[in-house]
Design a protein around this ligand. Structure first.
Ligand code: RM4
Ligand code: MN
Ligand code: MN
Length: 396
């Protein structure tokens, strides 16, 4: 690779940071069961410890997303503990994700529940989560709702939309001036007939209505097969409404596989739209890059390292495209030239330059190798195996 391209990769890597999800280190599964991993994290402290390892080896994951109350069981009073873990393991609390889908009360929804008492409860949990975020100096409160219905005629869709508007507006009033409300969408699951926030258009309308600090969150797994995600990204960018990503890969639906394992070109095209926007606008897009994965078969920490390094590779490849040349080719309707610019960049092996960058930062050139040699996995496996073996799960 010539010096100019190496320089592009270095610059891209300097700007690229990605947040890890606490829940990606815990034992999660499918609805049919879980395959328990002996080394999985059980406590918030263990999640911080594992995320700390990934950051130590990659240098680009300084924050961990937290689910409330999975990770902060004592609620607002529990933030001192979290701050201690952050200090001890070298990763800061990142986005705060209120959990509005697990409790029995939410069987028929949270913000969209016909029962006003349950809507109030969901709102109170969101308020508490925003307060937790404030105490942890977390910027983003990330809202994902499982709300929806399973059978035609069973829910008043317009009424529920109205309740969502009210709940989100009220939540927005609780934000400090630096915080943001990110609104995630998903077409189905767990609701199989209608989901209250099913796509980016709905998330966009609700974000706009909620207030000026609300933005849309794009989870790459939350689209119908074949959907052009980078177009959604381009539109949200042009509306200044793209707040962040939950990165993962998928073959069918919300599969939560490691990034780029199925379709790396899709991720490359998303990064391309972002970098093209940044070049044209002359400003850095204010986007939170976050991982949202759940690893049932791969080792959790290894899967996370894979995703982070693949994200760096795809982001670097996207940075290789000459924006000026691309723009000219588009203007001239030189289709083959324009497409080749993307294909050539995608085909470039950026791994040696990424290794050089890591070396220049005092990081291991190969984080996966370094992890395998570190002895960390053996240690936590010993420490956690007994507790994990006691965890039983069954579908029915
Ligand atoms: C959902 C969605 C949310 C995540 C939960 C665990 O499908 O992606 O972002 O918090 O899963
Ligand atoms: Mn998500
Ligand atoms: Mn998901």
């Amino acid at each position: 690779m010539d010096a100019n391209n190496s320089e592009k990769v270095f610059r891209a890597l300097e700007a690229f940071r990605i947040e890890l999800p606490s829940w990606g280190f815990a034992n999660t599964g499918t609805r049919f069961g879980k395959f328990i991993q002996a080394a999985a994290a059980n406590t918030t402290e263990e999640k911080f410890s594992d995320a700390g390892q990934v950051h130590l080896l990659t240098g680009v994951c300084p924050t961990i997303a937290l689910h409330i109350l999975w990770d902060c069981p004592d609620g607002v009073r529990g933030t001192d503990d979290i701050n201690k873990f952050a200090e001890r393991y070298g990763v800061l609390p990142g986005s705060i994700n209120p959990n509005l889908f697990q409790d029995q009360e939410y069987k028929y929804g949270s913000f969209g529940n016909p029962d006003p008492a349950i809507r109030r409860r969901a709102l109170q949990h969101t308020r508490d989560s925003i307060e937790i975020a404030r105490r942890l100096h977390s910027r983003d409160i990330s809202m994902w709702f499982a709300d929806g219905s399973n059978y035609p005629g069973t829910a008043n869709i317009r009424q529920r939309k109205q309740w969502f508007l009210e709940g989100l507006k009220e939540s927005h009033t609780q934000l400090s001036p630096v915080q943001r409300l990110l609104i995630e969408y998903k077409p189905f699951e767990p609701a199989f007939y209608h989901t209250d926030i099913a796509d980016w258009g709905m998330a966009l309308l609700l974000s706009r209505a909620a207030g000026p600090q609300a933005r849309v969150l794009v989870d790459t797994g939350h689209h119908y097969a074949g959907q052009n995600i980078e177009q959604i990204v381009a539109w949200l960018l042009s509306e200044n409404m793209l707040g962040g990503f939950h990165f993962n890969d998928r073959r069918y639906a919300d599969d939560d596989l490691t990034l780029g394992s199925i379709d790396p070109y899709q991720v490359f095209r998303i990064f391309r739209e972002i970098l093209y926007f940044e070049w044209e606008s002359g400003q850095q897009a204010d986007i939170a890059y976050m991982v949202d994965q759940s690893h049932n078969l791969k080792g959790k920490i290894e899967a996370m390292i894979q995703t982070v390094t693949v994200a760096q590779e795809l982001f670097s490849k996207a940075a290789l495209v000459d924006d000026r040349e691309l723009s000219q080719a588009q203007t001239n309707c030189d289709l083959v030239r324009a497409e080749c610019l993307l294909q050539d960049a995608f085909a470039t092996d950026v791994r040696p330059v990424i290794q050089e960058w890591r070396y220049s930062k005092g990081l291991p050139k190969n984080p996966m190798e370094a992890f395998r040699q570190s002895g960390y996995l053996e240690r936590i496996t010993k420490e956690r195996a007994a507790r994990n073996s006691r965890s039983v799960t069954s579908y029915a």
